[in-house]
Every structure is written in structure tokens, then in C-alpha cells.
Design a protein around this ligand. Structure first.
Ligand SMILES: Cc1cc2nc3c(=O)[nH]c(=O)nc-3n(C[C@H](O)[C@H](O)[C@H](O)COP(=O)(O)OP(=O)(O)OC[C@H]3O[C@@H](n4cnc5c(N)ncnc54)[C@H](O)[C@@H]3O)c2cc1C
Length: 404
């Protein structure tokens, strides 16, 4: 046998699974097709800028990040809890715990009625309930959940949908209410953050904690309960965990349900330093952009002499959109469009799997164990959690429980 457990895929789910198994003394072998760990969480350097190829923001309050104290090895740089809507009527929504007076003043600019305010408080209370009760929720659509809390359709469309659509990568926020409550819960606990090296640092830190063998550039071509065929030969172990994305998992376990995907395009711009770059700008100017943020405002190491603006849109967009995006970004920050230097455009076709329920799916399919965000929620938290659950399933099947 080559290991106690073979894990196919060294994204967050696979790495977390190995971490948990190691706590119970299991020796793992991780087989990863690409030349780096991290899967959809990747950062790379383009000239003097560090860009994220996938996921750009993490919430240090995600329970799994806390559970394994991943933040202890990361230099979190938090953004301001301020949403600035830039359109014909500029509006802002601010966490009152961050800037109470400004938050009070901003309420007037938002045009929220007393009923809306009560509705938003109900939403916050509902998001503050324990994760277990959120995950046991029925899968009503998010829109219905807001409506039941008393938030008016107008406020939903004007304030909440523009923000949430960029988080769930769906313009109509057609996701389960439990998923939205789960996201809001983490926003209530902490602020979204990045790191000076980009979010690719997250899987690198997790991988550095492992004693397990990680084989990169090893494409797995066939998976059986105790045997895995790869481009580098055959490996055997008493248990195999498939911790790939949903599509790759279906190649090995064809009876798994088909998963649809949400995609994202991000235009990265180098510009002269902008003001208040740590506040998320939500363009209401037409065009595809959902949000723009200056990563260098909180992590200047990522672009030492400039601002580094990440302008994101749902879906995949071609070259023809770039000049329109340039104009929008220039308007958002009051810049001359000639001052915007395009660093890169990243397009991720398979960014987030579409889920219809927040109730986790089984970590075992016959004799093969499964991990991956498509089984839980499409997020860092979901991926890490799925890895933990898969490890628990392996340990239960082999007669051992794990330490948390
Ligand atoms: C553009 C974008 C924006 C995002 N925004 C957010 C966000 O704001 N907040 C948030 O929480 N999450 C966000 N996410 C989601 C988050 O990044 C993912 O949910 C999470 O990284 C998924 O991890 P995973 O381990 O389940 O899967 P993956 O990261 O897909 O890892 C699977 C691994 O398996 C490997 N693999 C596949 N097939 C094989 C094979 N045959 N042989 C060997 N190896 C194989 C792959 O190379 C990969 O490394 C975003 C993702 C993207 C792409």
C-alpha cells in the first residue's frame, strides 16, 4: 500500500481532508493534476502586481478557517464594511459597528423606510442563529426569505441584490435562503479580507502544515475503492477520497448528479492611488460590472506603487467589453480613463457550482469517499467543511474517530 488514504485533488477540500486525517495519525497521498496546490484558489504575479485567478476575498470568520486556526499563519488584511453604490444617486450602506455616525447619515441616503429597517434587523437576527439551524433550513429561495423578514422589493433590488449578486455570482441571486444567511452570518462576525501574497496563500499555508506526500502534475485517470490510476503510475490504499471539482468527480463516479456552474470575469487595473479603495464600489451605471475593489489599499505589497483594482462581472465576457469596463472604472474613481493600465483579464468558467440546497450531500458514494464544495456550499467554507466531513467518513468506515 502507498498510503493509508489516497486523496485525489489538492484544492481546499483535499488539503483539509488530509489535515483532518493526519490528526488521527493517517498517512495520506495527495494526487494533484496541476503544478500547484489550491485548485480554484490561485494567485500569480503579473509584472509588479499579484492578482488572484479565482477567489479574491476570504472571510476570516468562516467556521472552518477558525476551527483549524488557519488565520494564525496568515496576515489578514481586512476591507472596510462599506458598500458604495455609484450611480445617478450615490448611496452607501455601512456597518454601524464600524462607523456609527456615518452609518446613521447613510441610512437617509439609502431611502430605507422604517419597515425596511425592521426587516433588515430581522435578516441580521436570522443570520445570527447557529449554523446548525441554518443548515437544517428548508430551501426557500433567498428572495422569499428577505420578503418574509419584511424587506421591501424596492430595497432588495436597489441595495441587497447588487451586493449579493457579486458574491454568489448570479445576477438574480437565485440561491437558497440558507446559503445567503450563512454568508451574512460571516459578514456579521468579521470583514472580508485578502493577504499580501493573494489568496493563493491560503492553500499554501494549509499544505505546509501537512506531513502527507503531495504529488503535483499527476493526473488521475481512474478511481477504484482501493486503487487509483494516474499519468505517473498506479497507487493503492485502503481508502480513496475524490476531492475534485464536481465535473471531474463525475468522470470517476458517473452516477453523481450533474452540476451547473456560475462563472466570473475580472479585469485587473493598475491606476494611480485612489482614495477609499478599501470600500467596495457597486456600479449602478449600466454594463456588466458587479463590484470594484482596490486590493492594494489594504495590501500595498500586491502592487507597491499603484492601486490594483479588481473589477468583477458575473459570467464570462470577451475582449470587446474591456473598453466599456475601463470607462466605468474611471467614472467610479473619478480617474482619467487613460490612467487605467490593464494588467490582466481573468475568466473562470467553472467558478461556483450551482446548489439548490444548503443541506450537505453524502461524503460517500458506494465505496468511494467524496469531498468538494459542490457537496456543501460553493465557498471556501464549504470546500473546507466537505474535506472535514470526508475525513470523518473515512475514519468512521475504518473504525476510528478524529480529534477536531
Ligand atoms: C472566480 C471565483 C470566485 C470565488 N469567490 C469566492 C468568494 O468570494 N468566497 C468564497 O468563499 N468562495 C469563493 N469561490 C469559491 C472557492 O474558491 C471554491 O468553492 C473552493 O476553492 C473549491 O475548493 P475545492 O477543493 O472544493 O475544489 P477545487 O478548488 O476545484 O479543487 C479541486 C482540485 O482537484 C484537482 N483535480 C481535478 N481533477 C483531477 C484529476 N483527474 N487528477 C488529479 N487532480 C484533479 C484540481 O486541479 C484542483 O486542484 C470563488 C471561486 C472562483 C473560481
Amino acid at each position: 500500500m502507498d498510503a493509508d488514504v489516497i486523496i485525489v485533488g489538492a484544492g481546499l477540500a483535499g488539503l483539509r481532508c488530509a489535515h483532518q486525517l493526519e490528526l488521527s495519525g493517517r498517512r495520506c497521498l495527495l494526487l494533484e493534476s496541476s503544478d500547484a496546490v489550491g485548485g480554484r484558489v490561485k494567485s500569480r504575479t503579473v509584472d509588479d502586481a499579484i492578482i488572484d485567478e479565482g477567489f479574491q476575498l476570504a472571510n476570516p470568520a468562516y467556521p472552518e478557517i477558525r476551527a483549524i486556526a488557519l488565520g494564525d499563519d496568515l496576515d489578514w488584511r481586512r476591507f472596510a464594511p462599506v458598500l458604495r453604490y455609484v450611480g445617478s444617486t450615490p448611496t452607501e450602506l455601512i456597518d454601524p459597528r464600524y462607523a456609527p455616525l456615518r452609518a446613521l447619515r447613510s441610512l437617509r441616503s439609502c431611502g430605507l423606510s422604517g419597515r425596511d429597517l425592521v426587516g433588515l434587523l430581522r435578516v441580521a437576527r436570522s443570520a445570527a442563529t447557529p449554523s446548525r439551524s441554518i443548515l437544517a433550513d428548508d430551501d426557500m429561495p433567498a428572495r422569499e426569505g428577505f420578503r418574509r423578514c419584511g424587506v421591501s422589493e424596492g430595497s432588495l433590488d436597489r441595495l441587497l441584490t447588487p451586493f449579493l449578486s457579486g458574491v454568489v455570482l448570479d445576477d438574480s441571486v437565485d440561491v437558497p435562503w440558507g446559503y445567503v444567511r450563512f454568508l451574512l452570518k460571516s459578514f456579521l462576525k468579521d470583514r472580508p479580507a485578502t493577504t499580501p501574497d493573494g489568496l493563493g496563500q491560503l492553500p499554501r499555508v494549509l499544505a505546509a502544515r501537512l506531513a502527507s506526500d503531495i504529488r503535483l502534475s499527476t493526473l488521475v485517470t481512474d478511481v477504484q475503492p482501493t486503487e487509483v490510476r494516474t499519468s505517473q503510475g498506479v497507487f493503492r490504499a485502503p481508502a480513496v477520497v475524490v476531492a475534485t471539482d464536481a465535473d471531474s468527480a463525475r468522470r470517476f463516479v458517473p452516477t453523481l448528479p450533474l452540476v451547473a456552474w456560475r462563472s466570473q470575469t475580472t479585469w485587473w487595473w493598475r491606476t494611480p492611488r485612489v482614495e477609499d479603495g478599501a470600500e467596495l464600489r457597486l456600479p449602478r451605471l449600466g454594463g456588466p460590472l458587479t463590484s470594484v475593489l482596490d486590493l492594494a489599499s489594504v495590501a500595498p505589497e500586491r502592487c507597491p506603487r499603484h492601486s490594483l483594482l479588481a473589477a468583477a462581472a458575473n459570467g464570462t465576457h470577451g475582449e470587446e467589453m474591456t473598453e466599456g469596463v475601463r470607462e466605468t472604472v474611471a467614472r467610479l474613481y473619478d480617474l482619467d480613463s487613460r490612467d487605467l493600465d490593464l494588467v490582466e483579464v481573468t475568466r473562470v468558467e467553472h467558478a461556483l457550482p450551482v446548489i439548490t440546497s444548503v443541506r450537505p450531500r453524502a461524503s460517500r458514494w458506494g465505496d468511494i469517499f467524496l469531498a468538494g464544495d459542490y457537496l456543501t456550499t460553493p465557498s471556501t467554507q464549504g470546500a473546507l467543511r466537505s474535506g472535514y466531513r470526508a475525513a470523518r467518513a473515512v475514519l468512521a468506515a475504518t473504525g476510528t474517530t478524529s480529534r477536531r
